[in-house]
Design a protein around this ligand. Structure first.
Ligand code: GLU
Length: 484
């Protein structure tokens, strides 16, 4: 390990069971912010020792989502900092050696119970309304019994020998002092019969060997922490500090679930959210910088992050707020950058255009959309002449004298030397004045002919973006349709 033991080293340790959950992103982000705030190292470690839950492609998926969010790691798969490999299935001998060490020191023991016996024990416990737990049967096997079983190749696991008469106490940075009596803890399986370690063993062995100083993870791991403390004790290692992050909740305060909305980072990406907005939003789920503001770019989140100020209470994932935040980030972004990001989104809607034109379209609409997809969906009239026209709007704003006015304006637009929105506006207003009609009586029909819709961005800016040729062509073709 390159770093001294005093410098902060934290890790995000996802299991590759699918996509990156927004809760996982929050965990990764808090680790990242804490590392950057303290000039420490942020590691990513893949916990794939439960082979039945591992999903093909999930590692790349998770790493890709982290990359998209801008959470670059210092050490992890493909980036060795001297503690690799960072994928647990590639470290099996290390866990086996450590499990053996615990058996030899008497802190763990071989268990030869069959699945049938374990099931019977579980049912008995349930019948007595006790939490299902192993009855510690194999703790009392004699050395000879153990040796014979091993020699006969009897299937076995290795279990932690929980000190049942002790109290296990630790301090959680967020939850404060925690304690539990040994007798309520299960003799946790550390090595499974297939030679793979369980999460608990692999997790603490790696946290130790990788020099992790702070374990920042979801609340669901709080009940496992006493077992982890026992493992540290058994190895004679100093445990890291623990900080368990509050649950993410649906607006009805139930646990955040797929049933009530999107939970994968990739879903938000596909819906046209900006990573900056998602990161800002997720950062505030459980922690708030000191100011009253809501918008904090990553650099400011780093500057203000304080683990001690993370809340204990669950944090509500409010998509409306995320949408609002995304809209703010869209507005703050410069047109060319947004245009570049939009190109692929537009391509999905079969729209292709020059980046320069997209940038002008972006400028026109960016105050009116919440996501990049909104833009793609609401900007069709900027890329194609409309096929359909709002009939109610038509009835209200189109009368016998309108075609002449529209035709006259098309002519005046053709003759304009300066096709800026100011000059277009002047042309329309002067025409209104000279013919004695209200400007609105021209603006509405023009909008209809050009966009097919009754609402949209400012007409003169819109005409300037469409350009002279397109504007005049659309007006003329609309007039032709009306004459038929
Ligand atoms: N592999 C665990 C998970 O997927 C990590 C828990 C921990 O950070 O210790 O949540």
């Amino acid at each position: 390990m390159n770093n001294t033991t005093s410098s902060v080293r934290v890790r995000f340790a996802p299991s590759p069971t699918g996509y990156l959950h927004v809760g996982g992103l929050r965990t990764a982000l808090y680790n990242y912010l804490f590392a950057r705030r303290n000039n420490g190292a942020f590691l990513v470690r893949i916990e794939d020792t439960d082979q039945t839950r591992s999903v093909e492609g999930a590692i790349e998926n998770i790493l890709d989502a982290l990359r998209w969010c801008g959470l670059e790691f210092d050490e992890g798969p493909g980036k060795d900092g001297g503690c690799g490999p960072y994928i647990q299935s590639q470290r099996l001998e290390t866990y086996a050696a450590h499990a053996k060490q615990l058996v030899e020191s008497g802190a763990a023991y071989y268990c030869f119970c069959t699945p049938e016996r374990l099931e019977t024990v579980r049912r008995q416990m349930q019948a007595q309304k006790l939490p299902p737990m192993y009855d510690r049967h194999c703790r009392t096997l004699t050395e000879t019994e153990v040796r014979d079983n091993l020699n006969n190749g009897v299937a076995h696991v290795i279990r932690l020998k929980v000190p049942i008469h002790e109290e296990i106490a630790f301090n959680d940075v967020i939850h404060g002092a925690m304690k539990v009596q040994g007798h309520v803890l299960d003799d946790q399986v550390l090595m499974k019969s297939d030679g793979f370690p369980t999460y608990h063993l692999a997790n603490i062995v790696d946290d130790h060997l990788m020099g992790i100083t702070h374990v920042i993870r979801g609340d669901e791991w709080l009940p496992s922490t006493p077992k982890h403390i026992l493992l540290y004790r058994a190895f004679g290692w100093q445990p890291p500090l623990f900080a368990h992050l509050p649950l993410l909740l649906n607006p009805d305060r139930s646990k955040l679930s797929k049933r009530q909305g999107d939970v994968a980072v990739e879903d938000y990406r596909a819906k046209g959210f900006l990573p900056e907005a998602l990161v800002n939003f997720v950062a505030l789920l459980g922690w708030n910088p000191t100011g009253e503001r809501e918008l904090y770019p990553l650099e400011e989140l780093i500057a203000q992050f304080d683990l001690e100020r993370v809340n204990k209470a669950g944090a509500v994932f409010d998509v409306k707020k995320l949408l609002w935040m995304n809209a703010q980030y869209i507005r703050m972004k410069d047109d060319n950058t947004l245009a570049a990001q939009l190109q692929s989104v537009l391509a999905k809607n079969n729209i292709t255009a020059e980046p320069e034109y997209i940038a002008r379209a972006v400028h026109l609409l960016k105050d009116r959309v919440e996501t990049l997809n909104d833009f793609a969906e609401s900007s069709d009239f900027l890329f194609h002449a409309p096929h359909a026209f709002d009939e109610a709007y038509m009835r209200k704003h189109w009368n016998d004298s309108t075609p002449v006015a529209v035709a006259d304006l098309a002519e005046r637009f053709t003759a304009l030397t300066d096709f800026s929105h100011e000059s277009i506006e002047r042309t329309v207003r002067e025409y209104a004045e000279s013919t004695g009609v209200k400007p609105a009586a021209l603006i509405h029909p023009l909008r209809l002919a050009l966009t097919g819709k009754g609402v949209g961005p400012g007409l003169f800016e819109l005409i300037a973006v469409l350009g002279r040729e397109e504007t005049v062509a659309r007006l003329n073709s609309f007039l032709e349709i009306q004459q038929k």
